[in-house]
Design a protein around this ligand. Sequence first.
Ligand SMILES: [Zn+2]
Length: 411
Amino acid sequence: MPRKNVLSVSKFPRPRCLELFCGGGGSGHGLRLGGFKSIIGVDREDHRKSYEHLPGMLFWQANVLDLSPNFIKQFDFVWASPPCQAFSSMVFKSQKEQHLEKWQSQGRHINYIPAVRKMLEDSGVPFVIENVQGAKPHLQGDLLKLCGTMFGLQVFRHRFFEFGNGAVAPSNVPPCKHRNCSVGIMSKGVRPPQIEKYENRGLSKFKSGEAPPGFRAIEKRFESHGDRVDYIYEGVTDDIRQKIKAAYDRPYVRSIKEALRVLHELTPMTEEEKKAEQDRYRKEMEKGLPKPGTKQMFPIYGRQMTRGRTEDWRDAMGMTHWDPTRDEIREAVPPAYGRFIASHVISTTLKPRPRRTSAQKHTEDPGDDKKHGDALAGAELLGEEEMRCESCEDAADAGPSGIGDAERDSL
Ligand SMILES: [Zn+2]
């Protein structure tokens, strides 16, 4: 039996947005700033702590596919981010082939897009379905592509958006600005250069193609290398052949260095040689660094702390106004995308609602805007007072929606 949708949203101020598979509130934050006064985020996992970081954002833990059309109809717009593991390029194909059946039995790596689309189309509410590049074949119609470089973020995070039920993709979207973006210095900070232990004595005695005593050079050419000639080296005596086999478990060595190692003729560098080699290495590194003032992109995503600090990643995504977890950041859509789409949808798709008269607006103190202005970078945060006002007639119509604990507990 389908679960009953007991969350009553009829009193929440409009425009109302329903956010499916909402995670830790990346896109939700943007939808709120972009003009939706109430955002209800639904997810199977508990993200309440991160999600409810702005007034007007409510988290509801539920299974998205159990939502009824009547529940969805109470919203002006729906944003859906079906889980993208099924399409993500961050999962190796070989792994996917090996484990897909097991994952799907655990509810992971399932393509939810068709079921979600059917559900949203049935509701009649304008919607957008967001997903990663790998899901493009499963999305329909004119897709919108957004990239972090369009919004000055330090992530690329390409995302694709399908619009439906009257919502349409914006036409004036800036192109990606990848030029002058670099991951150089961030990578350097993330993974310090490894100073190898160099051994080189004896190496300089041989030119390419010349073989150390006991070895014979054999020319190798590879189509992919053009005119370049490479060499491998075979033993000419049984003794050498046995030594090669013992050291490398193959009948040849791939370099003079390997040959000398077999002969025990390689010795470690002196401290002086090592230092010169390290200096050379460092200079090479620095040559590869971007020019000052170049935008640094956050290089890699992942759970491991070796892949960059959580704070850096959060800054790069523009998720600085609250404290999402690393996993939430990993799966988040940058707020800038939500904001961009919210303001587009509100100005083009949603029916304009009659403006309130000045008498009805007595709870909307313009000063409130200023109060939050700094913290939220000019975000429009009207409605906080309005939502809490129980005496105002108009608000009673729209409803008190401080979304307090008492109300939540009654859900
Ligand atoms: Zn891009």
